[in-house]
Design a protein around this ligand. Structure first.
Ligand SMILES: [Zn+2]
Length: 455
């Protein structure tokens, strides 16, 4: 009964004013990009990565066929080939630094090398950078064993191959914002490649508008014997890792525990998935990462960036961080033959759709507020236009949900000439609100959670 009343209220509100409920259709252009994603190409690259024997951070670098040096040179060459086929706009480079020993997982001085393909944005005023990563290093049971066979097919050749496939598919496209496709190094030795890149992004003042890490996206059969090739989990932090005491007080005052920038990014993926890859269910997990595990999104969270992790639906610990062997009739090890390549392609399509949609969208409003100058039975939202991309701006979406709802429930269009909207008869105490920019083709920016304005 209560739900019915809400529907009626929304209907009345729409009829009364400037807004209209949004029916979101897939963009045929993005659908055509997704059709280019190839499970065969992904399979070939996962098998190639596994064939380097090991990609352990401390493994040999001077050999042409074995070890991490050969692996990263092959990744770079392959990305360069994709860049050339795409007309040469995408640039490929090593992001390298020396590290250690650290008394933990690195016992000597070693060069750590991320491989990055950068697809530059076409709008010089739009400084947004989207980062998508998989880690190309691998390991076996002993984290210091740098020579044993460590194919790391699902962990994380799958994510690396997905990122390479996105670079292949998007290399010739022109988006206003910039995308970095990153094969991250030394994840298994303590997220070292990601820590370096996140620190660099922070110190150079990059506007990292979203970071996604695809880590373990290859197995569709869990140790719990559940087979599921139609679900991907998205992990996102609730309370921001980098929150200041002042931000904590604001969050406590407005109940913002479930509305961090990372969580909005996760919800965004959920919506884009339903629109473009409906055969894949995006299952949101409201925590930063799995128990006893970490991922390359965490250093970005710790630097205050919105960042999430995508991973397969059911854990297969028999295949993660294991020596390849058979013991008591159980096959251990992360070998390519156990990867579901069609599933990796599905996750790659989801991520490709989200990246394209984000990179084409106008930037979000520069700021968003909820009017808290006094007590009122109405709710008034105010926002400032985006700093860039205003020529692409068609308007804004205002999003609403019940305080107990995990996802946004309603989305309404407001024209570009408006910078405020009043929900007559809606108490700001009883709902959460969000705002995003949108262009004429329906590409939405990330979602801003409005903060109270007291004056
Ligand atoms: Zn991993």
């Amino acid at each position: 009964m209560k739900r019915l009343w809400i529907v009626l209220l929304l209907a009345g509100w729409a009829l009364a004013g400037k807004t209209q409920p949004v029916t979101k259709q897939p963009d045929p252009y993005i659908q055509q990009l997704l059709a280019r994603v190839s499970a065969d190409s992904i399979e070939a690259n996962i098998r190639r990565l596994a064939a380097f024997g090991t990609r352990h951070t401390l493994s040999p670098t001077d050999n042409d066929t074995f070890g991490i040096g050969a692996a990263r040179r092959w990744i770079k060459r392959t990305l360069e080939r994709y860049a050339a086929a795409g007309g040469g706009r995408m640039e490929v480079f090593f992001d390298r630094f020396w590290y250690g020993p650290d008394g933990r997982r690195v016992d000597r001085r070693v060069e750590i090398v991320n491989v990055i393909a950068r697809l530059p944005g076409t709008d010089p005023e739009d400084d947004r950078i989207f980062i998508v990563s998989g880690h190309y290093d691998s390991r076996v049971s002993d984290v210091m064993d740098s020579l044993s066979y460590a194919p790391g097919a699902s962990d994380d050749a799958s994510g690396t191959a997905a990122v390479m496939e996105m670079a292949r598919v998007l290399a010739r496209e022109r988006f206003p914002a910039t995308i970095l496709f990153v094969a991250m190094a030394a994840e298994e030795q303590g997220l070292l490649g990601a820590r370096h890149l996140a620190a660099m992004a922070d110190s150079l003042g990059w506007n990292v508008a979203g970071m996604f890490t695809l880590d373990i996206i290859g197995n569709t059969e869990g140790d719990n014997r559940v087979r599921d090739n139609r679900t991907v989990r998205v992990f996102s932090e609730g309370v921001p890792s980098a929150e200041t005491p002042q931000q904590a007080r604001l969050r406590q005052a407005i109940g913002g525990e479930n509305d961090s920038p990372s969580r909005q990014l996760a919800r965004y993926l959920h919506e884009i998935g339903a629109r473009y890859v409906p055969e894949l269910r995006v299952k949101l997990i409201f925590r930063r990462d799995r128990f006893l595990r970490g991922g390359d999104h965490i250093p970005f969270n710790e630097r205050g960036f919105a960042a999430v992790r995508l991973t397969e639906p059911n854990e297969a610990y028999t295949r993660q961080h294991q020596d390849v062997r058979v013991e008591n009739g159980i096959a251990y090890g992360d070998v390519p033959d156990r990867v579901d390549f069609d599933y990796v392609a599905r996750v790659t399509r989801l991520m490709t759709a989200a990246l394209a949609n984000l990179a084409m969208a106008p930037p979000p409003p520069a700021a968003a507020y909820i009017d808290a100058r006094g007590l009122s039975v109405d709710t008034r939202l105010l926002w400032e236009p985006p700093r860039a991309g205003r020529d692409r701006l068609a308007g804004y979406y205002v999003l609403v949900r019940e305080t107990t709802a995990p996802q946004w429930q309603q989305k309404w269009f407001v024209s570009a000439t408006d910078t405020s909207y009043t929900f007559v008869g809606w108490s700001k105490d009883d709902y959460f609100f969000g705002i995003q920019s949108v262009d004429a083709q329906g590409h939405e920016s990330r979602i801003l959670f409005p903060v109270p304005r007291f004056r």
